[in-house]
Design a protein around this ligand. Sequence first.
Ligand code: ADP
Ligand code: MG
Length: 272
Amino acid sequence: MDNPQLLRIQENLKQLKLNRTGQQLEMLLQEASKNEISYSDFLDKLLEEELSLKCEKQTALNTALAKLPFIKTLEAFDFSFQPSIDVKIVRELATCAFIDRAENLVLLGPPGVGKSHLSVALGLKAIQKKYRVLFTPAAALIVNLNKAYAENRLEEKLKFYCVPKLLIIDEIGYVPVDVHGAHLLFQLISRRYERGSIILTSNRGFGQWGEIFGDQIIATAILDRLLHHSTVINIKGESYRLKEKQRAGLIRKQLNVPLPEGGDLDSVSPQI
Ligand code: ADP
Ligand code: MG
């Protein structure tokens, strides 16, 4: 390309960071003149595509920043397997209006019923709607808060966890939290109270939270802030992991593959 005007347009597009148009400029101009596209249609199409590319890039960046442990969508969630979940409530949550209202969501239930899956899927919906999201396992959050406190950086860390409009705290209750850690968690939940949403998952009912935190008073204070404006989904069902294992077991039976001692399907090799 030796047309000085084209070169100048390309340089300007580069400076404006309209890279897609820059790369395809000659082709786009040829097509427009061949199809006799109007000036306004040409500009309209060009800007639409640049914008959608920017959105895609932003979504990819925000997904990376959210530190989701895996990508699982709401569309991939089999609600028929978990009839205790009210689909209407989840659909309403997927609109992300609860994030605008700085309300919380607590997902309770035994292991394998889809708490983390749902929290990630709602996180993805929020990212699509351009909310900043951060996912953290509860244990890592407590470790980080304790570490920041010890290093005199607690304020900075609390601010960090208050930036995202949606904070997902996964798996409260799997490991006990020391009283100091519980106080730090309380500080975080108080700061986000009525300011930013939290999705929290736990395998323990609220009645057992005193045990998790080793202190009934702090557990009550955390629950008080968390539940004031919140939706609680209590999943009472079977583990999806178990269902998949059972299905694998059936297939094994049909193929005559023996189970190992103790019946641990995961240790059978090769995996089906
Ligand atoms: P929990 O956090 O409750 O222990 P997970 O969300 O980690 O459970 O779910 C365990 C596995 O089963 C994940 O791979 C998840 O995607 C899958 N899973 C759980 N429930 C469902 C469901 N109803 N439909 C589809 N996949 C599910
Ligand atoms: Mg989980």
